[in-house]
Write a protein that binds this ligand. Structure first.
Ligand SMILES: [Zn+2]
Length: 280
């Protein structure tokens, strides 16, 4: 089975919610690194002959429309990561609706094509946001990949259906691609993105990937442009968060290359075309 590659396109200062992190009013004054990091990441995947889906933060897409264009022209899918990168559970339903509509429109204006996939910042669709899927449907989204079915900082929603599936709401249906967790000693863990991907050794990531695939599920890999940037400015977010945010940045590229050699990856759209019957 093919797996799914996703890139959350945001800058190094778009980390989640900490008093020492700059707010949106300060973002324009910071030196940006997303352009070079994203281009490097895209080149790595192109070199490996792999196409995936890019979830653009609306704020980034608006400032760097060339990145959206380059990704689309290179055959990558374009989806939305919301506009301001605020946790979903910190927004009221209408605010969330506006944020996801704005990001969708920014990306559509650049590509001239419909954008209908969404990923929440830090997988922050939780028990506290039972209205989130309805708001996404109202905004015109057709698939979501925000549910992280294990506990984690800022997000996590424990659900039983781990395969891609349809969620029905009073406003219609949406396709959900839960992040691919795996059981280790009775606990749910994730190995295929962000700090987890940087932290664990490659042999373990590979073994866990084989376990997910053996259960008939695709691996959903998520990566940020900053995950390959050892030289990024580092914020002081406390010991644990600094570890999670900055551990092993130098190891990511090599692991990605090996992962792309050992497993087949594609975008959400192409995966859906190939495996429609898997989704129930
Ligand atoms: Zn993000």
């Amino acid at each position: 089975m093919h797996n799914i590659l996703s890139i959350d396109v945001e800058d190094y200062f778009h980390l989640m919610e900490h008093p020492l992190l700059p707010g949106p009013s300060e973002w324009d004054n910071l030196p940006s690194r997303v352009q070079s990091n994203f281009t490097k990441l895209l080149d790595l995947f192109i070199e490996k002959g792999v196409k995936g889906t890019c979830f653009f933060l609306g704020w980034v897409a608006e400032r760097f429309p060339n990145l959206v264009k380059t990704a689309a022209d290179s055959g990558f899918g374009i989806a939305s990561h919301g506009y301001y990168h605020r946790p979903v559970y910190k927004q009221v339903p209408d605010e969330f609706g506006e944020d996801v509509s704005r990001a969708k429109k920014v990306c559509e204006d650049i590509t001239g094509k419909e954008v209908y996939g969404y990923r929440a910042p830090a997988f922050s669709i939780t028990e506290r946001t039972p209205w989130a899927m309805e708001k996404l449907i109202e905004a015109g989204y057709r698939y979501d990949s925000s549910i992280f079915p294990a506990s984690r900082d800022f997000g996590g929603l424990i659900i039983d259906k781990l395969k891609p599936h349809i969620i029905k709401t009073a406003r219609g249906s949406i396709l959900e691609f839960p992040i691919s967790i795996t059981n280790v000693l009775g606990k749910r863990f994730y190995f295929f993105g962000g700090g987890y991907f940087r932290l664990f050794p490659y042999w373990m990531i590979k073994m866990m990937a084989q376990k997910v695939i053996a259960q008939g599920r695709p691996i959903i890999l998520y990566i940020h442009p900053r995950d390959i940037d050892s030289g990024q400015p580092r914020y002081r977010l406390g010991l644990v968060r600094n570890f999670k945010s900055y551990v092993n940045l130098g190891s990511t590229e090599d692991k990605l290359r090996r992962f792309m050699d050992d497993f087949k990856f594609t975008s959400y759209d192409k995966w859906l075309k190939m495996y429609k019957s898997v989704v129930t």
